[in-house]
Write a protein that binds this ligand. Structure first.
Ligand code: CA
Ligand code: CA
Length: 416
């Protein structure tokens, strides 16, 4: 007799000792199932205070009942409510999971995310030393159901706050499920080399974490209003549990290698010319000057000066590095910079100098959306060291990803 597939799934999960949503090799280290009659304040801090000018977080908006933690979504007088719980424990690497049901009311923002314990105001204010010293390098957003999101979508991803500020990899996940009608499982697996995001036990994205700063974090299960006019949906956002798992160290290398292979396969092979190629990542320059290394729309790059409001542009200092030229020859310079087709195209320009000679090309002016290669002309180079400079001539949000010097005059790194 054939058994229904669902029964097999339940039996298999029970046999392995972990729910079917947990990646292989992981064992539970800590959990709160929210079965106790009240919030365990030995383990949790309430998110309170002024979250937005129009949204005050209060402990009394959080309650436990029917095996779940609820953050009330309502209006308190003229203002929408907000709050949630923050783990007192700090976590680092592992697998972290909740099962949650959105309130679904427009203007409310339900989320599971990681950061430190200080407030956003303290983060923005260097004078508040303690919180400033505790600033996070990265934030992991397991799910964020923004006030503007529909019932069948949520955003997730990683933001690097320090030393750079920018989205490492952020995306919107669309599903056929109504997230406010039923509970769904949201999880992330954070390890030194990769971060995986899961929805209902299915992997939705792997992010390359190599070379990124990493930090311990507290986990936040919160719901706030992102709109003064937020209207309640189901009356609250429900969290069934928070579960934390650690991987068996013996299981990690195999799992890591599989994801690193996948990340590298996605990037495709580095194109190869018929000549001699010297590739240089801009963010790997030995001196960055007034440029900053940053993730930019999924690409590791450098970012130029940004004009301050009402201020004269700051003086730009070129990024500088020394490259090794393997043999004497005529090299063509290619530079990959970012531009925007519709929003001030060709305004974020920069120059490049090779061996003290400046290319006549203005880079970051290709008028396409995103990063693209531009031809920088030819340079006669001797074997040995050559100094390369990236000069922030526009001082207006310029971005440079990488450079190529090639002796193959007919080669185009963007491909045919
Ligand atoms: Ca529960
Ligand atoms: Ca780069």
């Amino acid at each position: 007799m054939r058994r229904p597939a669902i029964l097999c799934l339940a039996v298999c999960a029970a046999a392995s000792g972990s729910p079917a949503t947990v990646p292989p090799g992981y064992a539970l280290t800590w959990a709160d199932e929210f079965e106790a009659p009240a919030v365990d304040t030995n383990e949790w801090t309430h998110r309170t205070g002024k979250i937005r000018p129009f949204c005050i977080g209060k402990a009394e908006y959080v309650s436990i009942g029917d095996g779940a933690m609820k953050v009330l979504c309502a209006r308190d007088g003229d203002l929408p409510t907000g709050g949630g719980l923050i783990t007192k424990r700090r976590h680092r690497h592992g697998y972290f999971e909740t099962r949650a049901k959105m309130d679904g009311g427009p203007g409310f923002h339900e989320s599971m995310w990681t950061t430190w314990l200080g407030s956003m105001e303290a983060f923005a204010d260097p004078a508040q030393g303690g919180a400033w010293r505790e600033r996070p390098k990265i934030e992991i957003d397991c799910f964020e159901h923004y006030g503007t999101h529909g019932p069948r979508e949520f955003s997730y991803g990683i933001i690097e706050w320090f030393p750079a500020k920018g989205g490492v990899s952020r995306d919107l996940h669309a599903t056929s499920d109504d997230l406010a009608r039923d509970f769904h499982v949201y999880g992330f697996e954070f390890q030194p080399d990769y971060c995986n995001f899961f929805f209902d036990g299915k992997l939705i994205r792997t992010v390359d974490m190599r070379g990124l700063p990493q930090n311990d974090f507290h986990i936040w299960l919160t719901c706030i209003a992102t709109d003064r006019n937020a209207r309640p949906g189901n009356g609250g956002c429900l969290f069934d549990y928070l579960r934390c798992y650690a991987i068996d160290p013996a299981a990690y290398p195999g799992r890591r290698d599989a994801f690193i292979r996948e990340i590298e396969a996605r990037q495709g092979p580095t194109p190869k010319s018929r000549g001699t190629d010297v590739w240089i990542e801009a963010e790997a320059f030995s001196e960055l000057g007034t440029w900053t290394a940053a993730w930019d729309n999924g690409t590791r790059a450098i970012r130029g000066l940004e004009p301050g409001k009402g201020k004269a542009p700051a003086k730009a200092i070129a990024a500088k590095t020394t490259a090794q030229i393997p043999e004497r020859g005529k090299y063509r310079l290619w530079v990959r910079g970012r531009d925007f087709a519709g929003d001030h195209p060709a305004a974020r320009f920069f120059s490049v100098a090779v061996g003290g000679k400046r290319s006549t090309a203005r880079f970051g002016t290709h008028r396409k959306d995103g990063f693209a290669w531009q031809d920088g002309g030819s340079f006669d180079l001797e074997k040995g060291s050559v100094v390369i400079e990236i000069i922030d001539t526009s001082r207006f949000y310029a971005r440079c990803d990488k450079l190529l010097l090639t002796t193959d005059a007919g080669f185009d790194p963007a491909g045919p």
